[in-house]
Design a protein around this ligand. Structure first.
Ligand code: AMP
Ligand code: GLY
Length: 457
């Protein structure tokens, strides 16, 4: 990115350029793009960082952004669900490409609003984002096209769900149909728990309208792997694999969170597993969406369970994972702008998608009490330690600027990522870097990447 043209408002851009080693201005490159990123978390920070490395990019905006993203982008005070305002801003500023990071706007149809106004945008339309937006839709799609997943039934009536449970095997999994911040999945060990779960989802509407419909599915066991992929409507290019740690506490205890840390690649995602998934899961999903008249362009994130009967789909997401993006993007070699453009233009088959032959680990630094209740507003110290350190990254998830300080402003505060020659080295580096940061009520899991030991013995 050419920081010289970033404008007055981005005081720290020079520092950002130094700290991440952005590419020098390329005199032969004649493209000067303006890019708008929609979102405000660690995922969007990782996307902004990666976009900033493209020599084609001249200026980045982020709506609404956060204190870390402000190093690379001019943050704009428009919320992700304000579609018309976002599109008007993109028009006014002559933005060349908008990238949607979050699920809510995608499922709500932000891409359709942009396209209707002739604006270029990366992400699935509303009729394709339903792959994430409705679990009942995605289960029916998988059944119809024979894509391996857990056996299930969909329900729109609480009594019918309760009757079904009487004959079910336990444990069993209940899922609210719609978006529920990753919290709409209940694993129930007994009939009593499951009955209470159905009432929470369908009668008490604990997850709001997301619980108008629900899926009840077979409980599967195995290793979980996240595979994010770029899709152009017909071609799919999977990225390197990753694994998330969803529970708040060490040893996978405590409540489900948005994700407490990730590592990439997964040692369990072998070439054989990859070949199987490409043949029976990835391409069939893309073909199924096209056959349904819902061509998917953007990111498909496959949440997979490697069961004894082979890999099966746990869930689909229609955007980068958070914090999966924080380990996958630092390993990506290809210019992300070329990939985004190819997805929009339907030319992804011509892109050579490459990743470094290394590993990355991301440790999320959260506020004590997350995901239930936590305090905000504490100054964060140690962010400067990341400057000029190659292979170390601090992605902001919930931070804000307060005077001269950067303060905590969310449950997940920062994602600290480090790379290494292998997973062990990356993990050692990530935990070392996590110790450079301090703030009141800081907490993180101490076992991110434990699976590395289990894989390597
Ligand atoms: P989802 O949002 O559908 O990925 O579910 C959240 C988490 O619940 C997953 O990451 C799994 O750990 C767990 N989960 C979801 N579905 C199942 C299933 N059928 N069997 C076992 N665990 C599941
Ligand atoms: N880390 C899981 C997600 O982004 O849904």
């Amino acid at each position: 990115m050419r920081f010289a043209n970033m404008g007055q408002d981005c005081e720290s851009c020079e520092t950002a350029e130094q700290s991440v080693g952005l590419s020098e201005t390329n005199d032969t490159e004649e493209i000067f793009m303006k890019v708008l990123i929609v979102g405000s978390g660690g995922r969007e920070h990782a996307i902004a960082w990666k976009v900033a490395q493209s020599p084609k990019v001249d200026k980045i905006y982020c709506a609404p952004g956060n204190a870390g993203i402000a190093e690379y982008a001019e943050c704009v005070d428009i919320k992700a669900m304000e579609f018309e305002k976002l599109a008007a801003f993109a028009k006014e500023q002559a933005v060349d490409l908008t990238v949607i990071g979050m699920d809510d706007p995608l499922v709500g149809g932000v891409v359709d609003v942009f396209e209707a106004q002739g604006l270029r945008v990366f992400g699935p339309r509303k009729n394709a984002a339903i792959l994430e937006g409705s679990k009942a839709f995605s289960k029916d799609l998988m059944k119809k096209y024979h894509i391996p997943t857990a056996a299930y039934e969909n329900f729109t009536d609480a009594q019918a769900a309760l009757d079904y449970l009487k004959t079910a095997k336990f444990p069993i999994v209940l899922k609210a149909d719609g978006l529920a911040l990753g919290k709409g999945v209940l694993i129930c060990n007994t009939l009593k728990e499951a009955e209470a779960g159905v009432r929470q989802i369908m009668t008490d509407k604990k997850f709001g309208d997301a619980g108008n419909c629900m899926v009840i599915e077979e409980f599967m066991t195995g290793r979980e792997v996240s595979v994010l992929s770029y899709v152009d409507g017909k071609t799919i290019k999977p990225m390197t694999s990753a694994q998330d740690h969803k529970r708040a506490g060490d040893g996978d205890t405590g409540l489900n969170t948005g994700g407490m840390g990730t590592f990439s690649p997964s040692p369990f995602y072998t070439e054989e597993v990859d070949a199987y998934c490409r043949k029976y899961i990835y391409q069939p999903t893309v073909d199924a969406m096209a056959a349904e008249g819902r061509p998917f362009k953007g990111i498909i994130f496959f949440g997979l369970m490697l069961t004894a009967d082979g890999p099966k789909v746990l869930e689909y997401n229609a955007r980068f994972g958070d914090p999966e993006a924080q380990v996958v993007l630092p390993r990506m070699k290809t210019d992300i702008i070329d990939v985004f453009e190819a997805c929009i233009d339907g030319t992804l088959d011509q892109v050579d998608l490459e990743f470094e032959d290394n590993a990355a680990v991301c440790v999320v630094l959260a506020s004590e009490g997350y995901p239930v209740s936590y305090e905000k507003g504490y100054p964060i110290k140690g962010l400067d330690s990341f400057k000029d350190k190659k292979g170390y990254y601090v992605f902001h998830a919930g931070t804000a600027k307060s005077g001269d300080d950067i303060v905590t402003n969310g449950g997940r505060v920062l994602g600290v990522t480090a790379t290494g020659a292998n997973l062990r080295e990356a993990r050692k580096n990530a935990y070392e870097a996590a110790s450079w940061i301090s703030f009141e009520n800081k907490f993180c899991r101490s076992d991110i990447g434990k699976a590395i030991d289990e894989a390597e013995g």
